[in-house]
Ligand binder design. Sequence first.
Ligand code: MRU
Length: 319
Amino acid sequence: MKAVDFTGEAVRLIDQSALPHKEQWIELKTVEGVATAIKEMKVRGAPAIGVAAAYGMVFAQDPEKEADILKSARPTAVDLAHAVDFVLDMLRNGMNVIQAAAQWEKMNEEKCKKVSENGATLIKDGQKILTHCNTGFLAADAYGTALGAIITAHKQGKKIHVYVDETRPRLQGAITSWELLKENVPHHVICDSSAGFLMKKDEIDSVMVGADRIAANGDTANKIGTYSLSVLAKEQWIPFYVLAPLSSFDAGIQNGEHIKVEERDEREVLEINGMRIYPEGAHAKNFAFDITPARNITAFVNENGVFRGIEDVWKNTME
Ligand code: MRU
């Protein structure tokens, strides 16, 4: 399944803000339109916004100038910049923009398939896995990362059970559940605050999450709440895996302190479906991501394999 494609005239996206209740597709024909869809999270998830932005470049009159409109749509996920820069590089080398974007899309699909397969090797028959946010085909455009590994393990015939964090405030757990239902993967949704209790009850064998940006030292930006899960997992000696294609790794950023963490509108916390649930006058802090220190991560999984330390990830890229 795919979350983003190009019709020849428009970027076509499954509108993730309407899921899981309505499966509707939208078509965008301008750079600004694609950037707004990314900002408003109609398309979300690091690899998927990369693919959307790559195709968004098709509408640029002056690609070098307009690239920033797409790159700045969301600040944390590095795939966005990597995808746009890839298209710019290909244009400088004389490639046509549609071909360049299609090449990024294809490479992303291949990488996410491998990430899913490599991640599935970490899942044993009978295991219970906790996941956070949405990291399926919706987030990765194809296959997924953490959820891709979980679904692959299920398709391999392993009997698994998934605990799906609700993921306040945007409730990406709802679309993770929607993807798991489509694939008949047994799961329960839990409130984010339930994770520690379930871990203590021996209900979780591993935690699998995606990433928006992995710094050179392995510190990882991912959906808010990921850091807390890593601390709980460490306390309970539960393996904590980060699954992401190399396009989500950023060798140019030394450590997590230098990663820009997106802060979103407080209404995402104060309201549910447009209905205010907090008293007028109350304010909220709404960080979209947090940073998990590398020391809390048992292994990184990318398209090249499973790596027990970030040094091995970088060593492998040089081989
Ligand atoms: O704010 P979102 O929904 O775009 O955040 C997405 C995540 O944090 C995902 O875990 C991450 O992008 C990995 S997606 C394969």
